[in-house]
Design a protein around this ligand. Structure first.
Ligand code: BES
Ligand code: MN
Ligand code: ZN
Length: 487
């Protein structure tokens, strides 16, 4: 488990600057303007800050960039970061600057001298989110012990550190789940980790295979039947609001996707440990809601299965019956995520009559072809609903882009022998996958599908995380819930 750095805020203390250890970051405006703390650092270092900001490279640097001075004379710190940032910069730039600082900082204590920076909270959040290192499977810890983050800000009361910590806890929980290998995170150990969320006040229920069979979840069970690991559905409830209908969050939790009998090629198959990314976002959001005691009703439901080839595995050509009752012709056993989601989404609506439903899934390679690794694909039956989600994602700096739905796409899924087939050919693969899910959305349910195949985990540093799991979506959905479900 990766714990976020402890975070503290207090008023600027120029006298403390000489002796703090680790990394100290000070802000200097693009015009060279220094606040009280930057001036103090400049004085302690006998003008090093001014020399740095007088250099040609500083003039060329973009706002949010960092110049690192090692072992600054006159200070106890190992590193002094001189950061180019106007104190009135917008939230997005402030957050990205926090990320840049954390990237340049060592892993020891980090002191952010933010003074009168308008979006100090965002800068702290950026630093907090970037300071993540997945080491669960390293036999020895390398490097220094991770330190604390301390921020000096003019108005400490305006920064709610407990909410920041709750957000980081949710994001880190999501990333840890996505980064975990499939022999460690099996359907069973995954369910246990979710069950443990009850310590934060969530009500967690695990539905085992017998129950799923009773419920008629033939689509979800077909996907998992080739695996030694039992399929499960985990329901996490947070009822912090009034008596209004809850929002439902549904996640694809394929702990490993070999493709099944329609086996994937070997190269890159190891990446399919992240095929539970949608469910991890749901789990992360639920953890954050509980930890910040959100005044909202939200249910999180995840389908946990493993897609394996074996003598018991489902095959291309099989026809399975979903909980809804629709029969599905399996053309390709690698289009398994939609089968899992179909049953969990139906169960969510039958059980909770949600006011809205958002599903998240690493569903299609096609979304990576369309949008790359910088935007998730959103598809929805309700303009107002999806606009609110897009707005929340925008506010949090998480890339999101809407794609269309439509009957012509749905028609690509017509089956000769069953009600529907599970693939609609190569064209518009993300949209036909969403149209498949659309069949399992009841009339009148506001719904948004989010395909996070491109953004859940990346082979390069993402905006807020080092390579590997990004935690994309935890903040967007938490923001969406804050803005539309609370007060
Ligand atoms: N889990 C994959 C999608 C995926 C691909 C996620 C790359 C992350 C990175 C999904 O189950 C899958 O295999 N989809 C197929 C669907 C196809 C068979 C219609 C795909 O996208 O190729
Ligand atoms: Mn697949
Ligand atoms: Zn998959």
């Amino acid at each position: 488990m990766t714990a976020p750095a402890p975070i503290r805020v207090f008023e600027p203390d120029a006298d403390a600057l000489a002796t703090v250890e680790g990394t100290v970051a000070v802000l200097v405006g693009p015009d060279g303007e220094m606040g009280m703390l930057a001036k103090r650092a400049n004085k302690l270092t006998r003008g090093a800050v001014e020399r740095a900001t007088g250099a040609e490279s500083w003039k060329k640097a973009d706002e949010g960039e960092v110049v690192a001075l090692s072992w600054p004379t006159g200070m106890g710190a190992d590193r002094l970061l001189v950061v180019k940032l106007d104190r009135k910069s917008d939230a997005d730039l402030a957050r990205k600057t926090g990320v840049a600082i954390a990237r340049s900082a060592g892993s020891g204590n980090l002191t952010l001298c933010l003074g009168r920076l308008k979006h100090a909270r965002e800068a702290m959040l950026g630093a907090l989110l970037r300071r993540y290192d997945y080491t669960d499977q390293k036999s020895k810890a390398d490097g220094e012990k991770a330190g604390e983050i301390t921020a000096m800000v003019a108005k400490p009361d305006e920064v709610e550190t407990s909410d920041l910590a709750a957000l980081a806890e949710g994001v880190f929980f999501c990333r840890d789940l996505v980064n975990a290998p499939a022999n460690v995170l099996t359907t069973t150990t995954y369910a246990e980790r979710l069950q443990a969320l009850s310590e934060h006040g969530l009500e967690v229920e695990v539905l085992e295979e017998d129950r799923l069979r009773e419920l008629g979840m033939g689509a979800l069970l077909a996907v998992g039947q080739g695996s030694e690991s039992p399929s499960k559905v985990v329901v996490m409830k947070w009822m912090g609001g009034g008596d209004e209908a809850p929002l439902a969050l549904v996640g694809k939790g394929v702990v490993f996707d070999t493709g099944g009998i329609s086996l994937k090629p070997g190269a890159g198959m190891e990446d399919m440990t992240m095929d539970m990314g949608g469910s991890a976002v749901v789990a992360g959001v639920m953890k954050t809601l509980a930890m910040r005691n959100a005044k909202a009703n939200v249910v999180g439901l995840v389908g946990l299965v493993e897609n394996m080839p074996s003598g018991r595995a489902y095959r291309p050509g099989d026809v399975v019956t979903s909980m809804k009752g629709d029969t599905i012709e399996v053309i390709n056993t690698d289009a398994e995520g939609r089968l899992v989601l179909a049953d969990v989404m139906w169960y969510a609506q039958e059980t909770f009559q949600p006011s809205g439903m958002i599903d998240l899934a690493t569903l299609t390679g096609a979304v990576i072809i369309g949008l790359g690794h910088h935007n998730a694909g959103l598809l929805s039956n309700d303009d107002g609903f999806v606009d609110d989600i897009l707005k929340a994602a925008g506010t949090e700096g998480e890339g999101a882009w809407r794609l269309p739905l439509g009957k012509d796409y749905a028609d690509q899924l017509k089956s000769r022998i069953a009600d529907v087939k599970n693939v609609g050919g190569r064209p518009a693969g993300t949209i036909t996958a969403a149209e498949f899910l659309h069949r399992f959305v009841k009339e009148g349910t506001r719904w948004c599908h989010i395909d996070i195949a491109g953004v859940a985990s990346t082979s390069f540093d993402s905006p807020y995380a080092p390579k590997g799991a990004s935690g994309w979506g935890v903040r967007a959905l938490d923001r969406f819930i804050r803005d539309t479900c609370e007060g």
